[in-house]
Design a protein around this ligand. Structure first.
Ligand SMILES: Nc1ncnc2c1ncn2[C@@H]1O[C@H](COP(=O)(O)OP(=O)(O)O)[C@@H](O)[C@H]1O
Ligand SMILES: [Mg+2]
Length: 334
């Protein structure tokens, strides 16, 4: 059964100058972890805001959450979903418990309902021993866990998590991932968004890749990787890139070749195991005087998937308008 059904969902800002979400169509099935992947500005948060009824869509043909229309039956939806926002909403000046109480009251829960629920949730996210401490004394990971507890107050069947590990260290991220898996095992359908490839790869049953508001691909992580071929070879070097791509394209061991955006090299999807291909490719590049500076072989990652479909590398990311330093935003899993 589909818990979310979306057809041609669109949101524009600034009188149509910005198409944040552009004609998106997809379904989310009950029980799955459904991941939105895309760089900053792709339209993930805008989509989540519309599905959680916080933002009115510009247009749609169909947009149902738990069987309710997002515009006509917003209240029904709000009472039956949980949301953890990209921006923190817990109040630092309150204790963990006070925060949860505040939100429980907001949901219209009475004391007999929320008292045991809050204790249960604090236990679940392992914050019971810090229940009466001010949130300002919490680490980033602890705040996120409290946010998750908050999102679960009303016992939702459907939970939205927008970039919930942003800014966390690797250990704290892992821990959040474990909670998400656990909640999903208990039957909660989960929608996550992330621009971290490893996160989506690890968590999601199906992935929707979006870029500039548009759907690029929707499939399981393994199918997305399969579409790229066996291994991927990434080559950085000096020489005529176009000529290199041209001569490599003629070799029949290559499934797909994509230049890297800044024109320093390319990624090659292979039809044969990577090790066998390396001497052949080196020969071909030598013969046109292309000087290889870096060569790395890997199983196709979601990074390659993204590059394949958009011609951009995922690490080419912007946060608050500032380009990130050239560090990897994710770890490769081999
Ligand atoms: N309230 C707004 N007014 C104008 N533009 C907006 C607004 N919210 C988002 N946008 C723009 O819409 C696009 C998608 O943003 P967003 O949904 O936040 O992307 P993501 O969550 O994938 O990083 C971006 O170009 C962003 O600048
Ligand atoms: Mg966002």
């Amino acid at each position: 059964m589909a818990v979310i059904e979306v057809e041609k969902l669109t949101k524009v800002f600034n009188n149509g100058k910005i198409k944040a979400v552009d004609d998106l169509t997809f379904n989310v099935e009950e029980g799955e972890i459904f991941g939105f992947l895309g760089p900053n500005g792709a339209g993930k948060t805008t989509t989540i805001f519309m599905l959680t009824t916080l933002l009115t869509p510009t247009s749609y043909k169909k947009a149902m959450v738990l069987g309710y229309d997002i515009k006509q039956q917003a209240n029904k939806i709000r009472h039956n979903i949980g949301v953890v926002f990209q921006e923190m909403v817990v109040d630092e000046r309150l204790t963990a418990k006070e925060n949860l109480k505040f939100h429980a009251k907001y949901y219209g829960m009475n004391k007999s309902e929320y008292k045991s629920r809050i204790d249960e949730l604090l236990e679940l996210v392992e914050l019971s021993d810090r229940a009466n401490d001010l949130v300002s004394t919490f680490s980033g990971g602890m705040k996120r866990r409290l946010e998750i507890a908050r999102g679960l107050l009303n016992n939702p069947k459907l939970l939205f998590l927008d970039e919930m590990t942003l800014g966390l260290d690797p250990t704290a991220r892992r821990r959040i991932w474990e909670y998400i898996k656990m909640l999903n095992k208990e039957g909660i359908t989960i929608i996550i968004t992330s621009h971290y490839l490893d996160e989506i790869d690890f968590l999601a049953d199906r992935i929707i890749i979006i870029n500039r508001g548009k759907l690029i691909e929707l499939d399981t992580p393994s199918n997305l990787k399969k579409k790229l071929g066996k291994d991927a070879l990434r080559i950085i070097g000096v020489g005529d890139i176009d000529k290199a791509i041209d001569s490599l394209s003629k070799i029949n061991i290559i499934k797909k070749i994509t230049p890297i955006e800044n024109n320093e090299g390319f990624v090659i999807g292979l039809n044969i195991p990577g090790g066998e291909s390396i001497p052949i490719i080196i020969d071909a590049l030598n013969s046109i005087n292309f000087k290889i500076k870096e060569l790395s072989l890997r199983r196709p990652s979601l990074d390659d998937v993204f590059l394949h479909y958009t011609g951009r590398e995922m690490q080419d990311n912007f946060i608050n308008g500032k380009k990130l330093k050239k560090k990897r935003l994710f770890r490769r899993r081999h």
